[in-house]
Design a protein around this ligand. Sequence first.
Ligand SMILES: NC(=O)c1ccc[n+]([C@@H]2O[C@H](COP(=O)([O-])OP(=O)(O)OC[C@H]3O[C@@H](n4cnc5c(N)ncnc54)[C@H](OP(=O)(O)O)[C@@H]3O)[C@@H](O)[C@H]2O)c1
Length: 324
Amino acid sequence: MTPIGDLSALDGRRIAIVGYGNHGRSHALNLRDSGIGNIVIGLRAGSPSMETAKADGFEAVTVAKAAARADIVSILAADEAHASIWADDIAPNRPRGQALIFCHGYSIRYGLVEPSEDADVILAAAKGPGGAVRTEYEKGGGLIGYWAVHQNPSGEAEAIAKAYLEGIGSGRVGIFETSFEEEAVSDLFGEQAVLVGGMVALAKASFERLTAAGVSPRMAYIDCVHELKYLADLIQARGIEGMYEAISDTAEFGARLTEPNLAKAVGPEFECLLSNIRSGDFARDWNAEHAAGAPRMAQWREAGRAEPVETAGRELRSRLKKRT
Ligand SMILES: NC(=O)c1ccc[n+]([C@@H]2O[C@H](COP(=O)([O-])OP(=O)(O)OC[C@H]3O[C@@H](n4cnc5c(N)ncnc54)[C@H](OP(=O)(O)O)[C@@H]3O)[C@@H](O)[C@H]2O)c1
């Protein structure tokens, strides 16, 4: 197991982890297992995560109380809540000189949080889903880490960022420098164009096309959705050309014919996505949606659960002897 690197920049500092969801829980557990004591969890009043944090052996208090006594606050609550968490709970209670850590450039890039000048403002992003921050750490690894510094009045922001990333396991695989701007734009574009939006759009559209042509929903689901993981694993381990080497020549030939046409078809949509992200239109839309109680999200979720592709997935999973 690769050892954890230099954590000395965190020595003697009290760390508040705000939010105990996928990233918050994983960061807190990894930091503690790496030898960082003095962690307190900050949660909203009535949070369902209060019991989980306590069962994990942490002290869990309100965000305001956690912020009042921490030298470093790592904001790992949902992005859409950052503005109110900062304004209502952290800013009025934080001691001068308290450092702020974010796991995504979003809140600073789009002005949801405007920290005072005395705060080190740090990006320490483990790149990937929060649950994987913990599972990879437990396997002796971590997720790739990116750091950036937005404000550095103490002169220690870079050292804190790197030590924090070491503590959550990223130092075992690789830590790289970025900027809040680059990380925010790249992360949003990647998830909208490929990892979430693009992948789901292609999977659903291909499932619908095949079933409309008479293919059974179960077969269409296996070929267009279920098998995605195997290809994603190959790309992560070996790169795109390595994935091509690992699949049949028939599959590779068809894919190489299709690649340029699909790329051309999505080009204008990608331009639109990037433009909306860079201009801040996407962030404004999401802020407004959240402020209105997320009505479109509720509709999309309800409609999504009722789609034939979901029915096919549930049916397939219920018939599998062993989940794969
Ligand atoms: N860099 C990357 O690749 C990457 C990847 C994924 C996520 N992230 C970032 O990591 C952060 C956390 O994401 P996540 O996936 O861990 O989210 P998550 O699993 O949805 O957890 C969100 C947490 O935020 C808390 N929360 C929501 N509204 C709140 C409020 N008004 N006041 C206080 N707490 C509130 C929730 O509290 P309850 O427990 O009370 O519900 C929950 O503990 C975000 O900034 C996200 O952008 C970065």
